[in-house]
Design a protein around this ligand. Structure first.
Ligand code: HEC
Length: 134
């Protein structure tokens, strides 16, 4: 009888622990996509702010582009649970990353250039949102 009770206790405790771990993992998956999109949005808005302030070249611009590129590279991991694959989605994420990478290596030299760069990035965001954002 005692053995049974001890066994039951161990079962209950480990069940609770595993459940809590699982909950945390799922919650992280759930939060990660929003976190990534928020960072993209923040940095794209940052570019707009710089343009409005007339700061269309230089270090702050490079930093925004660098961050946009880094976060773009994380979209697929954030959205697809391990094991899932969606080539079209991954392709659209890569397109955004490639667009930003090209702009980072060849940055705008004036405000008209920054305006074009923002439009190009916005297009790459929209291409995916049109298909995948509910
Ligand atoms: C490869 C696909 C893809 C690309 C590229 C992409 N997004 Fe998204 N984005 C999504 C999806 C899918 C959602 C909807 C997520 C949801 O509802 O859970 C979303 C949602 C969002 C949201 C709303 C987030 C929220 O809190 O619900 C914002 C803001 C956003 N994206 C900004 C951007 C910006 C800015 C870019 C470009 C710099 C971008 N996205 C590029 C797929 C993409």
């Amino acid at each position: 009888m005692r053995v049974l009770l001890v066994g039951l206790m161990i079962g209950l405790i480990s069940g609770a622990l595993l459940g809590a771990m699982g909950y945390r993992t799922v919650r992280q998956w759930y939060l990660h996509p929003e976190a990534v999109m928020t960072l993209l949005q923040t940095n794209l808005a940052g570019l707009k702010g710089q343009q409005e302030a007339g700061q269309c070249v230089g270090q702050p611009l490079a930093l925004r582009l660098f961050r946009l590129e880094a976060v773009s590279s994380e979209i697929v991991d954030a959205f697809l649970a391990p094991g899932a694959e969606d080539e079209r989605f991954a392709d659209l994420a890569r397109k955004l990353e490639a667009t930003v990478a090209r702009l980072r290596m060849n940055p705008p030299t004036d405000c008209a250039g920054l305006e074009r760069a923002r439009a190009e990035i916005g297009q790459a965001c929209k291409a995916c949102h049109d298909l995948y954002r509910g």
